[in-house]
Design a binder for this molecule. Structure first.
Ligand SMILES: C[S@@+](CC[C@H](N)C(=O)[O-])C[C@H]1O[C@@H](n2cnc3c(N)ncnc32)[C@H](O)[C@@H]1O
Length: 305
């Protein structure tokens, strides 16, 4: 499979802003990708995606949330928040709402609002909501229509890596938090995504394509500390998580989407992609599938006045 260098074209310049403000796109290293024209991260422009694409992704989000190791990571990082009291919680980029539904079960949570640009996701989130204290609205992380200082906790659960100019999203999180409130960013360190069982395993091309084409900024979590501090937060607490799969349906959808992208951009024939999908399925059947992604969580506090 041919590889070529593509210059990173995603806003590398430092934008004018508050002193010390750091743009998300600090990493100037070119990304190696499989040949073919780059495709944008569908989540980054989700509200313009076809209805059927949004519906397909809605199902995948629920599939991922039902994956026990994914749930364990959610439980682990939220436990670092400690005791909450009458907390108003906001999830930015809430998708179909599984994280909001979990957050509403935490002791001391008064209400949870989920914001997402996709009307399809928001509608699904409302249908799945199982608690009166849950509400969902359409909105953009970079321009929240919410009052200053109106939340105690703002969560980004695997959304920040999909949001272009995520420094604007962090600035908005800072604005809507009360003094002393906490921001939480949890996301994949997606460049670690691997399904390779041995050197030059051809299945890895599907994982690499999924990361290159489906995540706006797969390097984001390597800079999360500096981004959060540049947004004005303090008391930074960063932790690591490992997601290992022996063949969860979610991991297989990731490979399927990666191989579909390779067909769409002309890197693979449909027959080769079908063979790779069959190979992934066969590994699950024979107990030889291995998938791994490292995740990172960061929690910080808006300074008390
Ligand atoms: C991988 S999904 C995560 C959804 C949800 N947090 C979960 O874990 O199930 C990324 C989410 O970020 C949302 N998103 C993308 N751009 C956004 C933006 N500018 N503002 C807010 N959310 C955005 C997408 O619509 C999508 O729901």
């Amino acid at each position: 499979m041919q590889l070529e260098e593509r210059p990173d074209d995603r806003g590398l310049k430092k934008r004018k802003g508050a002193p010390g403000q750091v743009d998300c796109m600090l990493d100037e290293r070119p990304r190696r990708i499989i040949r073919g024209s780059p495709m944008p991260d569908v989540y980054a422009t989700i509200s313009t995606a076809p209805q059927e694409t949004q519906e397909m992704l809605a199902s995948i989000l629920e599939l991922r949330a039902a994956d026990p190791p994914q749930r364990e990571m959610l439980v682990a990082y939220t436990s670092r928040l400690g005791a909450l009291r009458d907390a108003d919680v906001l999830e930015v980029g809430s998708g179909t709402g599984p994280v909001c539904r979990f957050l509403a079960t935490l002791p001391g949570v008064r209400r949870v609002l989920g914001i997402d640009p996709s009307p399809v996701f928001v509608q699904r989130a409302r249908e799945l909501a199982d608690d009166d204290r849950l509400t969902f609205e359409t909105g953009d992380a970079r321009e929240l229509t919410l009052e200053d200082g109106s939340f105690d906790v703002v969560v980004f659960h695997t959304s920040l890596s999909h949001i272009p100019e995520c420094d604007r999203a962090l600035a908005e999180a800072h604005r809507v938090l009360r003094p002393g409130g906490r921001v939480v960013a949890f996301d994949g360190d997606y460049v670690t995504t691997t399904v390779a069982a041995y050197e030059n395993d051809p299945l890895q091309a599907c994982a690499a394509a999924a990361v290159a084409f489906l995540v706006h900024d797969p390097w984001l979590m390597r800079r999360i500390g500096q981004l959060i501090e540049a947004a004005g937060f303090s008391e930074l607490d960063v932790g690591g998580h490992a997601y290992t799969s022996t063949g969860s349906p979610y991991f297989l959808t990731l490979l399927e989407r990666g191989s579909d992208v390779l067909v769409e951009n002309g890197s693979l024939t449909a027959e080769t992609a079908a063979a790779l999908k069959a190979e992934a399925g066969a590994r699950v059947q024979t107990g030889t599938f291995f998938g791994h992604i490292a995740y990172v969580s960061a929690i910080a506090r808006r300074r008390a006045r």
